[in-house]
Ligand binder design. Sequence first.
Ligand code: P6P
Length: 334
Amino acid sequence: MSRKNKTLGEFIIENQTSFQYSSGELSRLINSIRLAAKVVNHQVNKAGLVDITGAAGETNIQGEAQQKLDVIANETFISTLTHRNIVCGIASEENDDFITIEGQAEDHKNKYVLLMDPLDGSSNIDVNVSVGTIFSIYRRVTPAGTPVTLDDFLQPGRDQVAAGYIIYGTSTMLVYTTGHGVNGFTLNPAIGTFYLSHPRMQFPEVGSIYSVNEGNYVHFPAGVKKYIKYCQEEGEGRPYTSRYIGSLVSDIHRNMIKGGIYMYPKSSQATKGKLRLLYECNPMALIVEQAGGKASDGFTRILDIKPRELHERVPFFCGSKLMVKKAEEFMSQY
Ligand code: P6P
């Protein structure tokens, strides 16, 4: 069977043995994410029709209690993962605190924790721009059989056992890594099957796209301003093209295919930047590095940052290795 026709299910089974802790639990976890992704994809795609994109708490045209899609996505992933006895804890952008999963058979015997942004970029839904789910998976560090603690979630990104995203765009894709490269799967909605469409994704070492919200230019540090001007002036391969969707998953996915750099720097308005370390920057950084790219806060490798709190924010520079290195040079110089 050609690699292109391989389904996600077949891929998971084939690669289970290559994963060092292959007890099948991680495979079941990825399978559950696959199921939840299909449910959320269906909700996202019908959002415009049944008007469920509005503010939570109102009723929609059918008089049903209206929920925002990010609430629906959050509940879908949590319920899918909770009822399959796979993880012992979940942290979400939508929940102030982490969730302890008791587990049915034996309490707290599951060894993985999952962190997620269930629907990143959800403000784009009302204007029909693609959005995404981002997930990050660790082995718990506290003893099995005990309830998870915050320590199980505050692990540096280099210790992730898996990370991935679902992009609900012109087509729906699941892109993930378990530390052995990055593979992309495209959903055939007619039969609800993900097919291997992007085997062994590689981040081009250089690119000609820079992605940043230039509306914040006046608030950026000098190094960022200098780098943006560098992108815009004549030079080898420059001026670059500016592409910014305002949806992290979409911007990074495009840059991973075409080459480019995504930046969400700190600014006088956002002194730590905007993006969350645990369930946005760490998973995207693992994926980008596994594809040969680079991800830092402008100075330090994202995956080496020791998290201090669940929802902490960090500045984020991520993409083609040589472009991120050049941006870091400007950050150091100015
Ligand atoms: P801004 C979406 O809200 C998000 O978290 C990312 O998906 C996106 O890249 C960024 O924020 C956009 O933020 O401030 O440029 O609108």
